[in-house]
Design a protein around this ligand. Sequence first.
Ligand SMILES: Cc1cc2nc3c(=O)[nH]c(=O)nc-3n(C[C@H](O)[C@H](O)[C@H](O)COP(=O)(O)O)c2cc1C
Length: 155
Amino acid sequence: MKALVVFDSVSATRMTEKVAKAIAVEIKDQGVESDCFYYKDVNPAVVNSYDCLIVGSPTMAWKPTKEITQFLNGLSNEPHEGKLAAAFDTQVQSRISGNATKAIEGKLVELGFKLVSTPLISYVEGKTNTYQMKEGELEKAKAWATDLAKTLKSG
Ligand SMILES: Cc1cc2nc3c(=O)[nH]c(=O)nc-3n(C[C@H](O)[C@H](O)[C@H](O)COP(=O)(O)O)c2cc1C
C-alpha cells in the first residue's frame, strides 16, 4: 500500500502544505508508505503507481484553486478504477466559507477513484499571508491521517 499526498498552497505561510506534510508523516508513521508533493512537482503519469491519492487545496472563493483543479483534470487520461482517494482543504472558520473538498471529491469520483474517508477540513486564522493554523488543527489532521492509514492497512 502506497499513498501520494498532492497539494496546492498559495499564501506565504503555506498552511495547506503544512497539513499535507503532517498527513504524509503520520501515514508513514502508521506503516503506510507515503510521498508528498506540491502539485507542480507531480507527473500525472506516476499517480497510478500509488494505491491512494490524497488531494488538498486552500479554499478560495468557495472552491479549490484553479491549479489543483487543472492537476485533477490532467489525470483524466489514466484509468483510476479501483484506486482509493481522500480530500482535504484549509479554510477560515465561517458559515460562508465553502469547502474546496467538495469539488475535489467530485472530481476524484468522476475520475474513478473510491473515496475512503470523510474529507478533512483544517481551519486557519489571521490575515492573508500571515495565516496560522487554529489551535488543535494540526492534531486534528494527524488523527484524520491515523484513521486513514488504518483504513488503508485494513484494505
Ligand atoms: C483570494 C482568496 C479567496 C479566499 N476564499 C476563501 C473562501 O471562499 N473560503 C474560506 O474559508 N477561505 C477563503 N480564503 C482563505 C484561504 O482559505 C486561506 O488563504 C488558505 O487556507 C491558506 O492556505 P495556504 O496557506 O495553503 O494558501 C481565501 C483567501 C484568498 C487569498
